[in-house]
Design a protein around this ligand. Structure first.
Ligand code: TRP
Length: 456
C-alpha cells in the first residue's frame, strides 16, 4: 500500500521535501498569497515558502505596534550554511522593527544529542553567536539566553504540560513507551521558549513570530495548541460577524462565576460579561450582544479583519483578571537547501555542506566535487541542457551567494539551454562563495568584541 502521509521528525536525519504536501497536510499557509513590502532574497525566491498567521505580525508592523521574533539554536555542532537561513529571516524581521530573542537549546541538546551544558554553552557562543554577529544581527536589539538558565521558560513548559498528555506527544512526535523523559520534556521547554517573550517581564503581550526550518513545525503546532487551550476567551466566526466564547476552566471557574458545586454566581458572571463588552466597545464597536446564559458575546458588525484586535483586547482582559493571556505564536518556514553531495545537509557529514568557518580551499574543493545537474558528456550537455533545480552550485548561489535576481534568471536559462556548462556553473559558485566566506570571516573578526553583548 502506498503511504502518502508525510511525517516531520524534528530530531530525525531525513526530511521530506514535498513542500506542497507539507503545506496541505499540516495546514500551513502558503507564502505565495502574502504581499511583503520589502521582500528578502529568501522571500523573492520562495525559499521561505509557508507560514502560520504571519498576517498578525505584519498587521502589528503596519500599525506601528510592537512585535517580537523568537528562534532557537541547537548547540551541537558547527554552524553551516543551512543554519544561516534562520538568521537571514531574523535579520529581516529585525529590520522590520521586531525585537529579537534567541534561545540556546542547551537542555534540548543534552536531552537529544548528549551534549553537556558546559559544552553547549561554548559551542553557542564561539560558533553560533560569533557568526550571528558577523551575519549582521544587532546586539542592541537581540537577546540570547540559555534554556537551562531562564527558569521562567522551564516553569512555563511545566505549566503548559498540564494542557497536554502522552498521547498527544505520541501523535505529534512518534514518541513511545521507550522514549526518554528528557526527550519528552524538550518540546515543552521549547513551548516555554516560544511563549515567554509575551510575559510582562520579557516585553509583554504582543505578536511573536518564530522563523524556523519546516522540521520545527511540530513544535509550533504543539505550542499553538497549548496557548489556545489556556485562553479564557476565544474569538470565532459567527453567522453574522464574530463571536466571543468564554472558556470555563479549572483555574478560572471561580473568577468566571462558577462555584465549586457547579452553581453559577449570577452577579459574578454578569460582571465578567460586562468586562468583555467594555473591552470590545473600547475598540469602537457599539452593537454588542451579550449572552451570559450561552457563554457568548456577539459582535455582528465585526469582520474577520477585526479578529486580531479583538483577540488582543481579550487577552489583555484575561491578564487583568489573573490569566496568562497567551497569544498563539506566528511562524515562517524555509525550505532546505540540498546537501552538496545530493543528500541532506548535516553537520555530522562535512562533505554535505559548507561550514561558515570553512577556508577558501576547502570550500572550493567541496564545490568542485558537488552534485551537478549537468549531463554526463559535453556533447549531451550542449544538446539536452542541464538541470539547475538539481545543480548544487546553482542552488547555493540562489540560496546564499547571489543577490541579483536577473543574473540568476540568466544563468538558469543558460544552463537549461546547454550554453553554460556544469564546470562553469561551479566556477561561478566558487567565486561567489569565496567572496561570501571571506567577507564573513572578516566580519567575524570585526564583530568578535560584540559577542558577549548578545547574552542577557
Ligand atoms: N529545536 C530547535 C532546533 O533543533 C532549537 C530551538 C529551541 C528552537 N527552542 C526553540 C527553535 C524555539 C525555535 C524556537 O534547532
Amino acid at each position: 500500500m502506498m503511504n502518502d502521509e508525510v511525517t516531520i521528525d524534528p530530531w530525525g536525519s531525513s526530511q521530506s521535501t514535498d513542500y506542497s504536501r507539507i503545506i496541505e497536510q499540516f495546514g500551513l499557509s502558503s507564502m505565495s498569497n502574502v504581499k511583503l513590502n520589502d521582500p528578502s532574497r529568501l522571500h523573492r525566491r520562495d525559499i521561505v515558502f509557508a507560514h502560520r498567521e504571519l498576517d498578525v505580525v505584519l498587521e502589528a508592523k503596519r500599525k506601528g505596534d510592537p512585535f517580537g521574533v523568537l528562534t532557537g539554536l541547537m548547540p551541537s555542532g558547527m554552524m553551516h550554511l543551512g543554519h544561516s537561513m534562520v538568521i537571514d529571516q531574523v535579520n529581516w524581521f529585525q529590520k522590520q522593527g521586531g525585537d529579537v530573542t534567541i534561545a540556546v537549546a542547551d537542555l534540548e541538546s543534552t536531552a537529544t544529542r548528549g551534549i553537556s551544558l558546559a559544552e553547549g554553552r561554548k559551542i553557542a557562543s564561539q560558533e553560533y553567536v560569533a557568526n550571528y554577529a558577523a551575519l549582521g544581527l544587532d546586539p542592541e536589539k537581540t537577546t540570547v539566553y540559555f534554556q537551562s538558565e531562564r527558569s521562567v521558560v522551564q516553569r512555563l513548559g511545566f505549566q503548559l504540560g498540564k494542557r497536554t498528555n502522552l498521547s498527544e506527544l505520541e501523535a505529534i512526535y512518534g514518541f513511545d513507551g521507550a522514549t526518554n523523559l528528557a526527550h519528552v520534556q524538550a518540546p515543552l521547554v521549547q513551548a516555554g521558549d516560544i511563549l515567554h517573550p509575551q510575559l510582562d517581564e520579557y516585553g509583554g503581550l504582543r505578536p511573536v513570530v518564530v522563523p524556523v526550518g519546516v522540521d520545527q513545525d511540530p513544535h509550533l503546532r504543539l505550542t499553538r495548541g497549548l496557548a489556545s487551550k489556556t485562553n479564557w476567551f476565544n474569538v470565532s466566526d459567527a453567522k453574522m460577524g464574530l463571536q466571543v466564547g468564554v472558556s470555563v476552566q479549572e483555574d478560572n471557574a471561580l473568577i468566571m462565576g462558577v462555584e465549586a458545586n457547579g452553581r453559577v454566581n449570577k452577579e459574578k458572571q454578569k460582571d465578567v460579561f460586562a468586562k468583555i463588552v467594555a473591552a470590545i466597545s473600547g475598540l469602537g464597536f457599539s452593537d454588542i450582544m451579550s449572552n451570559p446564559k450561552h457563554g457568548t458575546v456577539n459582535i455582528p458588525s465585526a469582520t474577520p479583519r477585526d479578529k486580531s484586535s479583538i483577540r488582543m483586547a481579550l487577552l489583555a482582559l484575561e491578564r487583568s483578571m489573573g490569566g496568562m493571556g497567551l497569544l498563539a505564536p506566528s511562524s515562517t518556514y524555509h525550505r532546505f537547501a540540498v546537501g552538496m553531495t545530493g543528500d541532506k545537509m548535516s553537520s555530522s557529514k562535512p562533505k554535505t555542506t559548507l561550514f561558515l568557518s570553512d577556508d577558501i580551499a576547502t570550500a572550493e574543493k567541496k564545490i568542485k566535487k558537488s552534485y551537478s545537474g549537468g549531463q554526463a558528456t559535453l556533447e549531451e550537455h550542449r544538446r539536452l541542457g542541464g538541470d539547475p533545480d538539481k545543480d548544487v552550485a546553482y542552488q547555493y548561489m540562489m540560496y546564499f551567494f547571489e543577490e541579483d535576481d536577473a543574473f540568476l534568471a540568466e544563468i538558469n536559462q543558460g544552463y537549461r539551454a546547454g550554453k553554460i556548462l556544469a564546470g562553469e556553473m561551479k566556477q561561478m559558485c566558487i567565486e561567489r562563495a569565496t567572496e561570501w566566506l571571506g567577507n564573513l570571516s572578516e566580519m567575524r573578526d570585526q564583530t568578535a568584541h560584540l559577542v558577549e553583548q548578545f547574552f542577557d
